[in-house]
Design a protein around this ligand. Structure first.
Ligand code: NAP
Length: 335
């Protein structure tokens, strides 16, 4: 018989709401508990989304023996603290991106999962989107020849409000860890870790990095040109330029995007069929977590610890080059 898992959400913000809606699509997921720093907010969230229990502190949630999996939906600045808290109570953890503020924190979280023999995965939802998986399959098939260049962007004009997470340096604010991480992911998944990195950052009204251009270079001659920004809107596309043609994931490439391909000699681009999905697409990562738990794993074979560490190490190197510092956290370890 299929096991049903009691899901709990830590932090009742914007993404928690979207994730909870998609969790309803999974028959083996039970919307069990939520926790907020405010009991009123937890109650309101639980009633609106259909959770059984509401807690006014995070510690009460992890102390509940019936919680199987905790989805951490707090700002990146708090992922380390909240993952360690949950893992110490032997709760499986699905932790939002950016996984942590730096690679040192990420390593400590992974060590804690291993010490407690408890599952931990970064909630990088793109990794599980059918459109992205199809694009990876085409690139890996070699039909377009060797990959030479990744061009990827993610920008939107964010509200200029110092109280919000996006522009608050104490909460890991700035475009890099919030949305720049997506173009970095698009590159890590195909070309791996770069051999050299050059950046051009622009800092905004709270001294947070607001926009950043990143150039990556690889020993085999491949390159990547990546951008993120809170200053303007962008086409939000990822392109993979290969020796015999190119592949493009269209607007909102990181969700279940449509794919276009052009091969040398073709007059027009060709659309690749990507089936529409139900919900927003957060159910795929949640379903994968439960599959891993069914199999008794503490690490995903799709979103591995190595991928997460490669992303975090690369972000540290980007920050070191760009001079991006989060004053309440350690300096990046840059290794
Ligand atoms: N995968 C995706 O598509 C996606 C999309 C958006 C965001 N995210 C990630 O999800 C995380 C949360 O983003 P969000 O947009 O949901 O943020 P948000 O709306 O600001 O919500 C974050 C929640 O964290 C809790 N929190 C705990 N300590 C906090 C503190 N010191 N300051 C502020 N909030 C604190 C709050 O919940 P309580 O007050 O209820 O405790 C707050 O509502 C971020 O790491 C972000 O990168 C992922």
């Amino acid at each position: 018989m299929t096991k049903q898992y009691n899901w709990a959400i830590l932090g009742c913000g914007k993404i928690a709401r979207k994730f909870a809606e998609d969790l309803k699509l999974l028959p083996n997921a039970k919307l069990y508990a939520v926790a907020s720093r405010s009991l009123d907010r937890a109650h309101e969230f639980a009633v609106q989304l259909g959770f059984e229990k509401a807690y006014g502190s995070y510690i009460e949630l992890v102390e509940d023996p019936n919680v199987d999996v905790v989805y951490i939906a707090t700002p990146h600045s708090h992922h380390h603290e909240h993952a360690l808290l949950s893992l110490t109570y032997k709760k499986a953890v699905l932790c939002e991106k950016a996984f942590a503020i730096n690679a040192r924190e990420a390593r400590e979280m992974i060590d804690c999962a291993k010490e407690n023999n408890t599952f931990l995965m970064e909630a990088f939802w793109t990794r599980f989107q059918p459109g992205f998986l199809k694009a990876m399959e085409i690139l890996e098939s070699g039909e377009l020849g060797e990959l030479k260049m990744v061009r990827s962007d993610f920008a939107f004009n964010a509200e200029k409000n110092a109280d919000l997470r996006l522009y608050n340096p104490d909460l890991g604010g700035g475009s890099l860890l919030d949305i720049g991480i997506y173009p970095v992911f698009a590159t890590i998944m195909t070309l791996g870790k770069p051999s050299s990195i050059k950046t051009l950052p622009q800092f905004g009204f709270t001294n947070c990095e607001e926009s950043i251009i990143m150039s990556f270079k690889y020993d085999n001659g491949a390159m990547a040109s990546l951008v993120s920004s809170f200053a303007s809107h962008s086409s939000i596309q990822s392109e993979y330029w290969c020796e015999k043609g190119y592949l493009r994931l269209n607007r909102r490439w990181f969700a279940n995007a449509q794919i276009c391909i052009w091969r040398q000699g073709m007059e027009h681009e060709e659309a690749v069929e990507v089936a529409p999905i139900e919900g927003k697409g957060y159910q795929f990562e949640a379903a994968h977590v439960m599959k891993c738990l069914d199999e008794g794993k503490i690490e995903s074979d799709m979103m591995t610890f190595e991928i997460t560490l490669n992303i975090m190490n690369t972000l540290d190197r980007v920050r070191a080059d760009a001079g991006i510092v989060y004053p309440k956290h350690d300096l990046p370890s840059a290794n």
